[in-house]
Design a protein around this ligand. Structure first.
Ligand SMILES: *[C@@H]1O[C@H](CO)[C@@H](O)[C@H](O)[C@H]1NC(C)=O
Ligand SMILES: *[C@@H]1O[C@H](CO)[C@@H](O)[C@H](O)[C@H]1NC(C)=O
Ligand SMILES: *[C@@H]1O[C@H](CO)[C@@H](O)[C@H](O)[C@H]1NC(C)=O
Ligand SMILES: *[C@@H]1O[C@H](CO)[C@@H](O)[C@H](O)[C@H]1NC(C)=O
Ligand SMILES: *[C@@H]1O[C@H](CO)[C@@H](O)[C@H](O)[C@H]1NC(C)=O
Length: 189
């Protein structure tokens, strides 16, 4: 009878050890807080306003019943959906040579304050950067800086994950705005 008992004790011991090892990661776990890659870009959004068809890089494609697709709607633009294909530059000059395109959409999603939801990609096709970085997140655009998620990437940015800090660098009326994007990747391959 002694033999099975010791096996039982051994089993119990293993069980205890494996339980203590598989405790969910909590506050005690040291996390990596330094980004493995950091990049700063600017992108330039020129919204179609009925007169700038040649120059515009974005367009209202959906508007609430009280608005139209030429002018951003009242009530903090709530309900407007805008699709964009914006040039990305390395500095804050609209006329600098673009290094890629920011492509996607934003949705104004709150009636009492300007705030949007962003889903877009940075698409690069040059020897410097080749691939894409994918972003999503809430953009409370009245805040000086806003963090959105970098949820993935392809090519040079294979499996990228991190945070992008957005800052409105300039705006002209409701036609042009420029965003500074500070990308911090915490997973790099
Ligand atoms: C769109 O709405 C704006 C503001 O309400 C108005 O001034 C403009 O005439 C409208 N445009 C069209 C094409 O309906
Ligand atoms: C990327 O650049 C290459 C070389 O300049 C070109 O052949 C290719 O068509 C481009 N691809 C896209 C998706 O623009
Ligand atoms: C970017 O990568 C793609 C596929 O990996 C390749 O076909 C293309 O030629 C590359 N473009 C440049 C400009 O290097
Ligand atoms: C944005 O700013 C407001 C007011 O300053 C603050 O209460 C809110 O937490 C900020 N939101 C984010 C996401 O930083
Ligand atoms: C295009 O739009 C931007 C932003 O409104 C403006 O600064 C620029 O002068 C325009 N370019 C042309 C050629 O109209």
């Amino acid at each position: 009878m002694a033999y099975p008992k010791s096996i039982l004790a051994l089993f119990l011991l293993f069980h205890l050890v494996s339980c203590s090892n598989s405790r969910p990661a909590g506050k005690g776990i040291k996390r990596r807080i330094e980004p493995c890659k950091r990049m700063v870009f600017y992108f330039h959004d020129i919204i179609y306003n009925g007169k700038n068809a040649k120059n515009a890089t974005s367009s209202i494609v959906g508007a609430p019943a009280w608005g139209n697709r030429t002018i951003l709607a009242g009530q903090s633009h709530f309900g407007d959906v805008v699709v964009f294909d914006d040039p990305i530059t390395l500095d804050n000059n609209l006329h600098s040579t673009p290094v890629g395109r920011a492509q996607g959409f934003y949705i104004y999603d709150k009636k009492d304050i300007f705030t949007a939801w962003l889903g877009f990609s940075f698409v690069f096709n040059s020897t410097e950067h080749n691939g894409s970085i994918n972003f999503v997140g809430a953009d409370p655009l009245m805040n000086k800086t806003r963090d959105i998620s970098v949820i993935g990437g392809t090519g040079d940015f294979f499996m990228a994950r991190g945070i992008a800090t957005l800052m409105t660098d300039a705006f002209e009326g409701e036609v042009y705005f420029r965003l500074r994007v500070d990308i911090k990747l915490y997973e790099c391959w």
